[in-house]
Design a binder for this molecule. Sequence first.
Ligand SMILES: NC(=O)c1ccc[n+]([C@@H]2O[C@H](COP(=O)([O-])OP(=O)(O)OC[C@H]3O[C@@H](n4cnc5c(N)ncnc54)[C@H](O)[C@@H]3O)[C@@H](O)[C@H]2O)c1
Length: 350
Amino acid sequence: MWDEFVYQSLPMRVVFGAGTSARLGEEVDQLGLTRVLVLCTPEQEALGRRVADGLGSRAAGVYPHARMHVPVEVAARAREAAAELGADGCVAAGGGSTIGLGKAIALEHGLPVIAVPTTYAGSEMTPIWGVTQDGRKRTGRDPAVLPRSVVYDPELTLTLPVPLSVTSGFNAVAHAVEGLYAPDASPIISLMAREGAQAILEALPLVAARPTDLAARTRAQYGAWLCGAVLGATTMSLHHKLCHVLGGTFDLPHAEVHTVVLPHVVAFNAPACPALTSLLGADPGGALWDLATKLGAPRSLAELGLPASGIAEVVRQATASPYANPRPVTADDLTRLVEAARHGERPTVS
Ligand SMILES: NC(=O)c1ccc[n+]([C@@H]2O[C@H](COP(=O)([O-])OP(=O)(O)OC[C@H]3O[C@@H](n4cnc5c(N)ncnc54)[C@H](O)[C@@H]3O)[C@@H](O)[C@H]2O)c1
């Protein structure tokens, strides 16, 4: 029951469905753009070239150098390339790293971004940008970086390897989970969070069993859209704080860290958030951990590279600045939580 809330919707255009990336030209025209730079990672250069070919004369070129966590040098070179080619917008075709590069260009040059997401990370639905310099990640919120249009074509996710599909799916579920207890949650956010998490959680076992199952991929991406919208509209809590520190300071891989940490945070927060048990059952942290295990995902921060000596630093950084969480967190609580996640223990309701 909601007695009071504030909800501000973001100005987004979403085109969803198998084969919709073939209509990208219409999106470019709709925004009044004439020469867009196509961004992608080196690993997805073939996709970038295909997208550019489909855009024909509307494509100014392909920039296949997106990298995880958007290093400032990469962003600077991409901005130069966009200026030299006379681009008036960008098409970011890929996961959170590629969309992050588009946002870094938009932040300084104001070029509109069209996102074509190929993972479940959800960056395309948020006004959150991030760049990394000297090993430190700076992030912020700015409406200027929010993609003007998002084209979700599940066919482009058929090639997403199963391990990344699973961890990227857990990354999306994490947005929904923290949306359920966000300080700025609202009825519409809760609806999106529940629907999004359920869709992804149902689809992941099917995707893992048959990665080319287009119906399962479609359901997973539908869930990822909703979970990303939750991330874009709310303030995240303990889970995202921990993952930010683990990724930023220890350079641990983004989606995998989310997958390992989420069951532990859910188990910790469950006593203070009944919505978690109604979404995931009586043992919500254990249920997520069991699913991750069944789908072969990593379960310990140790295997991702967190040394035992790093736990104190994670706790120090995660407690240094206040942030919202449904259950108060002490340094001792966090130490226990990070130790359990480092060892890969099944979380227990505390
Ligand atoms: N700003 C935000 O709101 C936000 C939200 C979520 C994630 N992020 C950021 O996004 C980054 C992580 O993004 P990610 O998890 O999507 O991974 P990613 O974009 O780094 O992609 C991982 C790898 O998978 C490849 N890949 C992606 N889609 C593929 C596909 N369909 N087929 C084959 N290969 C594919 C990529 O080319 C890359 O090599 C992190 O830097 C994270 O901080 C930002």
